[in-house]
Structures are given as C-alpha cells and as structure tokens.
Design a protein around this ligand. Structure first.
Ligand SMILES: O=C(O)c1cccc(C(=O)CC[C@H]2O[C@@H](n3cnc4c(=O)[nH]cnc43)[C@H](O)[C@@H]2O)c1
Length: 232
C-alpha cells in the first residue's frame, strides 16, 4: 500500500492486524504489518510517489519476495454530488489529468503528443470485488500536480473526465511504478474535501482517515486473497 503521508499510512495499517515493524530500504521506509502487508508513506505528488514505490518494488524483487499487487491509498477531493465527504472511491481508471500540453484549442493529453500513457486500468475483477466488499463507488480517479481551487477548474476537469469521482496527487505515479514492474495496481481514496473553490474550513480529514481505516478493514481479505492467488 502506498499512501502519501504518515497519517494516511497509519490509518491504512490500523486495518491490518498484528504489530507493525519498520524496514528501512534504500529510498523508502516500509511499515510491515503482522499479516505481511507492507504500507509505505511514499510522499506527496506523483513524482515522489513513483520514486518511493519503485524503490520498494525493486527492494522486494531483489529480496526474492516480489509484490503481487500495489495499492495507492489516501484522502482525496471528491466531485459533487457523486463522491460526498467521507465516501470511499475505488478507481477503475487512474488518469493523469494534467500531463500534456495546453493549446489555444484546449488541453492535449501527452498521448495525443505521441508519448507514454495517461491512464492505467486496475484489474476489473479486483475493482468489482473491492467495491462490493467496501461499499465504495467506482469511477475515474484523477491524478493532478496542482490541487483544484476554483469552480472553473473543477468544471474543466468534469468536462474532460465525465466519469471522474475524485482527484488526488499520487495514483498515477504509483501506477507507473507498478506498471514498470509488471504488477497490477489499485487506487482507493476516502473523500476529505469537495473538488472546487478553495475552502479549508470544509475539509474533513479526520472523517476521511476514519473512512480509510474502516474501508481497508473490509478490503483486507479481498486484497490478501488477491495476493495469495497468482493473478499475474
Ligand atoms: O491548500 C489547499 O487548498 C488544499 C486543498 C486540498 C488538499 C490539499 C493538500 O495539500 C492535500 C494534498 C494531499 O491530499 C490528497 N488530496 C486531498 N484532497 C485533494 C484534492 O482536493 N485535490 C488533490 N489532492 C488531494 C493528495 O493526494 C495529497 O496527498 C491542499
């Protein structure tokens, strides 16, 4: 599991039983839960999240115990009315929303420029199982490098990504690292604030962290069973 910051890591780790052991790796510090699930505070933003996740994946592979699944997890902004505060979202698409070029005719994704990818799709069966177990909504989760702070920007994102339920800052970076290692990815987000005009008084970070712990309590058996069976 790759979260951005330590409070998210601890909220996720709380859902997995047993003591947590810290393992320092080159480029990442992993918290190893009793059940064998590793949780990592990978940093804020797609670049640091990708670098830290790649470090953990490489260390595990060199240690002869490669990961079978990578999960990007944490709090997020939710697009009203589909993703209210405190709700849980599982991504069926993880999309980099601002990776591309601005033109006089609008935004062009990097794929239209002939490079790379802008969307990773988690395995459908895993998305379905995770949503059923946790009661989460499924849809696109956007990755942005700049938190949306105006209604105009929120509307532009909605117009470009009508299936978007949430935006956060790490999913696409985590997914790129997982893809480079040939490992499937999932993104799970708890909504802490609405996407739109900046209003720090509207944040419900405590509620979102509690929703993350509750959600992962329900997801843990699904993720562990996915890991036990080789889906690669
Ligand atoms: O200062 C602000 O206006 C502001 C508004 C929302 C979030 C932030 C953060 O610095 C948190 C970034 C952190 O949390 C995730 N996150 C949570 N809400 C959002 C959001 O609406 N848009 C993008 N990211 C969000 C994100 O994944 C980061 O890890 C500041």
């Amino acid at each position: 599991m790759a979260t951005a910051v330590p409070v998210e890591r601890d909220a996720v780790a709380e859902a997995f039983p047993g003591p947590v052991r810290e393992a320092g790796l080159p480029g990442a510090v992993v918290h190893r839960t009793g059940g064998g699930t590793d949780v990592l505070a990978a940093g804020v933003g797609p670049a640091l999240a990708a670098a830290s996740t790649a470090a953990a994946l490489t260390a595990a592979a060199l240690d002869g115990r490669p990961y079978g699944l990578v999960v990007s997890a944490g709090i997020a902004g939710g697009f009203a009315p589909h993703a209210p505060l405190g709700s849980l979202v599982v991504a069926d698409e993880i999309t980099a929303a601002d990776l591309g070029a601005e033109t006089a005719d609008g935004f062009l994704p990097v794929t239209d420029l002939g490079f790379g990818t802008v969307t990773h799709r988690p395995p459908e069966t895993l998305v379905r199982a995770a949503a059923t177990a946790s009661g989460a909504r499924t849809g696109t989760v956007l990755t942005v490098s700049t938190v949306t702070g105006t209604a105009a920007r929120a509307d532009a994102l909605r117009a470009r990504h009508p299936r978007a339920l949430a935006e956060a800052m790490e999913g696409f970076g985590v997914a790129e690292a997982a893809a480079a290692h040939g490992v499937p990815v999932l993104e799970v987000r708890a909504v802490s604030n609405p996407v739109g005009p900046r209003d720090r008084a509207a944040w419900r970070i405590g509620d979102a962290l509690a929703a993350l712990t509750e959600g992962f309590g329900k997801l843990a058996p699904v993720l562990e069973s996915w890991n036990r069976h080789d889906h690669r």
